[in-house]
Ligand binder design. Structure first.
Ligand SMILES: Cc1ncc(COP(=O)(O)O)c(C=O)c1O
Length: 397
C-alpha cells in the first residue's frame, strides 16, 4: 500500500460513517474509459461508476455543457418554470412511448416515485383500494425504506425494520408464481429486464412478455426499473425495447447525467394521472444545471448511436467470453448479459480473480461472490475489452 493510498484510507476512517467497504484503490482522475489512482497507476474502467459514466469520464462535450450551464442558472426549485428541465424531458421522452417525466435525484427515489404513482393511480384514478407492489426474487431497487421493502433482501434490511407494508415477491422466471401473487390488492408489478445487482441475470423474453400480458389481464401497472439496464447499455435505448414491451412506468437514474446525481420516472399519459400538483415533490429534482448536463448526455447517446455500439461491442465481448468458457469449463460456469451489461459467473469464489484483475489494471465488480460484473463506459475501445479477455484468460489459467 503506497503512502498516498494509506493517507486517503486513514482520513476516511476518521471522517466518514462506516457504510461502505471500499476497493483498495483511491481514484484521482479519469478520462474516457481510463482511471488513474493517487499514485499515477492507470486502470481500464469496466465498471463506469456502476453503469453511470456511460460516456466515459470527463467527456469533453459534457465538461463544456457543465461549464456553460453553470454560468446561466444552477437551481431555482420546482416552484418555478424553467426551460432546461423541459428540454431534457422532450429529448428523453422522444426515446420511448411514455408521455410524462418526473425528475428526482437517484435510482431509489425514482423507484419511490413509481411506487407512489402506482398506489395513488389505483386509488384516485381507478378508484380501487389496491396498494400492493410485486417484485421478483433477485431484484434490487435501492436503499430507501420503500426500495428496501420492494427489494426484500434480508441482508440489506437487517436492523432497519419495520419496513413499509404492501410489498410482495414472486420467484423470477416463474409466471405461475406471479399469477398466484396477484390479488385484487395488487397495484403494480415492478421488474428489472436484466437484473443488475442480482448478478446480471437477463429475464427470458417469453417470461417478460407473459408478465406484461398478466398485468394487462389484471389491469394493474407494469413497471420496469431501468436504473442500471437503461440508457443504451443493453443495445437498445431502453432494455424493455429489446423485447417489444410497453411498460406503463419506468425508473431511470445512473447514466442519465453521466455522473451528476439525477433520476427520473417516465410514465404513460394515462399512468401519470396518478399525480396531481402537490402529490409528490423534491427540491433538487430536474434542477437547471443537472438537466442541462443530462440533456447533453442523451443528445450524445442518440447522435453517436451508443445503443448500436453497446450491442456490437457487447455481442463480440460475450462471444469471446463464451469461447473462453468453452476452453475453460472448469473455471467459468456461465456468461450472461445483454449489450455492455455482462456477468461472468465463475465456478469458484471470485475474490482472488477480481483482486488479480485489479492488480493487472482492470476494474470490474464482483457480485454475489462468484460473478464478475462488467458495465464499461459505452465509449470504451475494442482494444480495452480484448485486453480484459486476454488478461482474464491468463489469470484463470
Ligand atoms: C436496478 C437498480 N435500481 C435502483 C438502484 C438504486 O439506485 P441509487 O443507488 O441511485 O439509489 C440501483 C442501484 O444500483 C439499481 O441497480
Amino acid at each position: 500500500m503506497s503512502q498516498a493510498f494509506t493517507s486517503v484510507k486513514e482520513q476516511e476512517e476518521h471522517l466518514l460513517c462506516r457504510s461502505y467497504s471500499r476497493y483498495p484503490l483511491a481514484v484521482a482522475r479519469g478520462k474516457g474509459a481510463r482511471l488513474q489512482d493517487v499514485d499515477g497507476k492507470e486502470y481500464v474502467d469496466l465498471l463506469a461508476g456502476i453503469a453511470v459514466a456511460a460516456l466515459g469520464h470527463c467527456h469533453g462535450e459534457l465538461c463544456e455543457a457543465v461549464s456553460a450551464a453553470s454560468r446561466e442558472l444552477w437551481h431555482v426549485s420546482n416552484l418555478f418554470y424553467q426551460q432546461p428541465q423541459l428540454d431534457l424531458a422532450r429529448l428523453l421522452l422522444s426515446t420511448t412511448h411514455h408521455g410524462k417525466a418526473f425528475f428526482c435525484n437517484s435510482g431509489a427515489e425514482a423507484n419511490e416515485a413509481c411506487i407512489k404513482l402506482a398506489r395513488r393511480y389505483m386509488r384516485k384514478v381507478k378508484q380501487r383500494d389496491a396498494c400492493e407492489i410485486i417484485s421478483l426474487s433477485g431484484c434490487f431497487h435501492g436503499r430507501t425504506l420503500a426500495a428496501l421493502a420492494v427489494t426484500k433482501r434480508e441482508s440489506l434490511s437487517d436492523g432497519f425494520g419495520p419496513l413499509p407494508e404492501g410489498f410482495k415477491q414472486a420467484a423470477a422466471g416463474d409466471l405461475r408464481a406471479l399469477r398466484e401473487a396477484v390479488t385484487p390488492a395488487t397495484a403494480a408489478v415492478l421488474i428489472e429486464v436484466v437484473q443488475g445487482e442480482g448478478g446480471i441475470v437477463p429475464l427470458e423474453a417469453d417470461y417478460l412478455r407473459g408478465v406484461e400480458a398478466l398485468c394487462r389481464e389484471k389491469d394493474i401497472l407494469f413497471m420496469c426499473d431501468e436504473v442500471q439496464c437503461g440508457m443504451c447499455r443493453t443495445g437498445k435505448f431502453w432494455a424493455f425495447q429489446n423485447f417489444g414491451l410497453k411498460p406503463d412506468v419506468i425508473s431511470v437514474a445512473k447514466a442519465l447525467a453521466n455522473g451528476l446525481p439525477m433520476g427520473a420516472m417516465l410514465a404513460t399519459d394515462e399512468a401519470a394521472k396518478g399525480f396531481v400538483a402537490g402529490s409528490h415533490a423534491t427540491t433538487f429534482g430536474g434542477g437547471a444545471l443537472t438537466s442541462a448536463v443530462a440533456a447533453k448526455t442523451v443528445e450524445i447517446m442518440l447522435r453517436d448511436h451508443l445503443d448500436d455500439r453497446a450491442a456490437a461491442l457487447g455481442g463480440r465481448l460475450k462471444r469471446q467470453l463464451e469461447d473462453l468458457q468453452r476452453r475453460l469449463p472448469g473455471k467459468i460456469r456461465e456468461v450472461r448479459g445483454l449489450g455492455l451489461m455482462i456477468g461472468i459467473e465463475l465456478v469458484e469464489d471470485g475474490q482472488k480473480i477480481w483482486q488479480d484483475m485489479l492488480r493487472e489494471g482492470y476494474i470490474c465488480n464482483l457480485c454475489q461472490g462468484t460473478t464478475l460484473r462488467l458495465l464499461p463506459p459505452l465509449i470504451i475501445d475494442q482494444t480495452d475489452l480484448d485486453g480484459f479477455v486476454r488478461t482474464l484468460e491468463k489469470l484463470l489459467r
